[in-house]
Structure formats: structure tokens, C-alpha cells
Design a protein around this ligand. Structure first.
Ligand SMILES: [Zn+2]
Length: 325
């Protein structure tokens, strides 16, 4: 570690765990620690402080070389006030995480939703490096997106931009918990992949790849079966790719983006879905808009959020804007 090097602390807060990482100015994770967030509520501040203190102790690092603390969370947030407005898994409501950590450590704090943090990570140091316009999409239990437009993160008026999973692709589709009908998330998320497979297998022919466990089937099982050559699973994942592709065409037409970067658990098996996404986009999109768009798997993996949450402490926006197109 060079004495002059600068760092920031990234926190990726999930429903049961927090990943805390010391991130270098090059976006590398120098050190990490994972702690429980069990119970949340009143314990939550102690858990966050404990995670950060443990990390600092482990690396024995000078506080003056740390530029700030960046937080990514799946909860509903107010990024300006640095508050977690609602996080059901953590039993939190209107929690001023920014104020608590700023007061404790004397460092600036930035708060993002997880898709936005991952978008910043991929933009600065991942597969979207050098792009001025990119969209990061996470396909996991749900589907979300982070949008970088002309070198800025697009958050919307209430930090809710990028609800890609809740764009409707079928007015006659199933009712989504959000209140809309036929949302993309009901056709292409990890949850949807498992649900659709269960429904079809219960009424269809017996499939030797899934024997007696149909009611417990997960998206991972479908991917495993597809890799073993199961035509049912291969077909279902191609369908998922078509739905995602249709959604992505809408994004490309709206934002004229240069790159679409896909992450999240389902994309761990990107080779089963990406070809279908790409061919759908190229077949049905406006050619002059879609032909140049790079559609790739994310490259930062489980670090995308911790790294991305620290990104803007190091990023010089003027330099980004000066990059050649
Ligand atoms: Zn919805």
C-alpha cells in the first residue's frame, strides 16, 4: 500500500448481511469483511459501525487517507438526505444512516440504491469503462436498472428512476405486486423463471431432469438443466432472453445508450441468455440505434455495489466528460 494512496469505504447492505470493503482509488477491493445484519432496527447502526471499525482495524489505516463512506442498499432511499426510507428486511423506516456515520467517523457519506451503485461501478471500473452513456441491469430475484446518461447518474426526482422490472410488456399479463399488469419482472426475473417452470411442468409431460422436486424448483435448477441439454430449460431461458431483449430495446430507444451491462444472480449463467437478448435487440430495434450498442455481462461480480458506492469520491466528472467518444 503506497502512503500517498487514497481509499474509500464501501458498504453493500443486504437483507441478512453487510459487505464492507476498503476500495482503492483504482476501484480495487483492498480488504473486505462481511457481517450479519440480523434483526436490523435498533441494532442496525451498531452493526454498520462495527463493520467499518473492524475493517479499519484489520488494515490499520490512517483516517486521513479515507475520502468517504459510500453505501449501496436494496431499500427505498432518499439520497439527498442520506436516509433509508424503508427496508422491510432490515426492519428500518426513515433511518438517517448518513447522519449517523458522518457523526461517528467524521467522513462524508453517499447513499445509493444497489442498481445505481453497480451502474457507477461498471461505468468507472468495469465493462462500461470509457462510456458516456450506459445502462446497468440487474436480473436477480427482481429486475432493476441504473442509468448513466451523458456522464451523470440519472436518479429521478425521488431516487426511483430505473425501475426497469416494472415496465409493462403485456397489458393482459399477470397482476404485479406494484399494481401494474404484465411487468417485465413477471416474465424474466429469477423468481419468474422458477414460477413459470413450475407452472408448465405441473401441467406438462414428466421431465426427467426435475423428477420429484417441481414445487421447490429454482432458477438455478433451470440453468443447470439447460447446461445438461434439457430442451425445456433451454427454451425457457431463450424466452427469458427475448423478454429482456424487448425491454432493452425500449431502453436503447429512450436513452440512446452505448452499452447495456447485465449483472445479478441470473446473469451468472449469461451464456444461456445473452445470445437470445442480443438477437432480439438486433432483430426488433431501430437498426441505426441498436447496431452499435455493446450488450455484455457485468465484470465486477459481487463487488459491483461496494466499489460503485465509493466511485464518486474518486471520480472527476470533468475528466470523464473529456473522454473521446
Ligand atoms: Zn410491477
Amino acid at each position: 500500500m503506497k502512503a500517498t494512496e487514497e481509499f474509500a469505504i464501501g458498504l453493500d447492505i443486504g437483507g441478512t448481511k453487510v459487505l464492507a470493503a476498503l476500495v482503492s482509488e483504482n476501484g480495487e477491493v483492498v480488504s473486505e469483511i462481511q457481517c450479519d445484519t440480523k434483526g436490523g432496527g435498533e441494532n442496525f447502526s451498531h452493526q454498520m459501525i462495527f463493520a467499518i471499525e473492524s475493517l479499519l482495524e484489520k488494515e490499520n489505516i490512517e483516517m486521513n487517507s479515507i475520502k468517504g463512506i459510500g453505501i449501496a442498499t436494496a431499500g427505498v432511499i432518499n439520497s439527498k438526505k442520506k436516509e433509508i426510507l424503508f427496508a422491510s428486511n432490515l426492519n428500518l423506516g426513515n433511518f438517517p444512516v448518513g447522519k449517523v456515520l458522518e457523526r461517528k467517523f467524521g467522513l462524508p457519506v453517499q447513499l445509493y440504491n444497489d442498481a445505481n451503485a453497480a451502474a457507477v461501478g461498471e461505468w468507472l471500473w468495469g465493462n462500461g469503462k470509457g462510456k458516456h452513456n450506459l445502462i446497468y441491469i440487474t436480473v436477480s430475484t427482481g429486475i432493476g436498472a441504473g442509468i448513466i446518461s451523458n456522464d451523470s447518474l440519472l436518479t429521478g426526482s425521488h431516487d426511483s428512476a430505473g425501475e426497469f422490472g416494472h415496465i409493462s410488456i403485456n397489458l393482459n399479463g399477470p397482476l404485479c405486486p406494484c399494481g401494474n399488469k404484465g411487468c417485465l419482472e413477471n416474465y424474466a426475473s429469477g423468481t419468474a423463471i422458477a414460477a413459470i417452470a413450475r407452472e408448465r411442468l405441473e401441467t406438462g409431460e414428466v421431465n426427467p431432469y426435475f423428477s420429484a422436486t417441481i414445487d421447490k424448483l429454482t432458477a438455478v435448477d433451470i440453468c443447470t438443466a439447460a447446461k445438461m441439454g434439457d430442451s425445456f430449460s433451454i427454451g425457457l431461458l431463450e424466452e427469458v432472453g427475448e423478454y429482456l431483449g424487448l425491454g432493452i430495446i425500449n431502453l436503447i430507444h429512450l436513452f440512446n445508450t452505448e452499452a447495456v451491462i447485465l449483472g445479478g444472480g441470473v446473469m451468472n449463467e449469461s451464456e444461456l441468455i445473452l445470445p437470445s437478448i442480443r438477437s432480439t435487440v438486433h432483430k426488433h430495434g431501430i437498426q441505426s440505434m441498436v447496431e452499435q450498442v455493446k450488450i455484455e455481462k457485468a465484470s465486477l461480480g459481487r463487488y459491483a455495489c461496494v466499489v460503485g458506492a465509493t466511485g464518486l469520491f474518486f471520480c472527476k466528472v470533468d475528466e470523464l466528460a473529456a473522454l473521446p467518444n
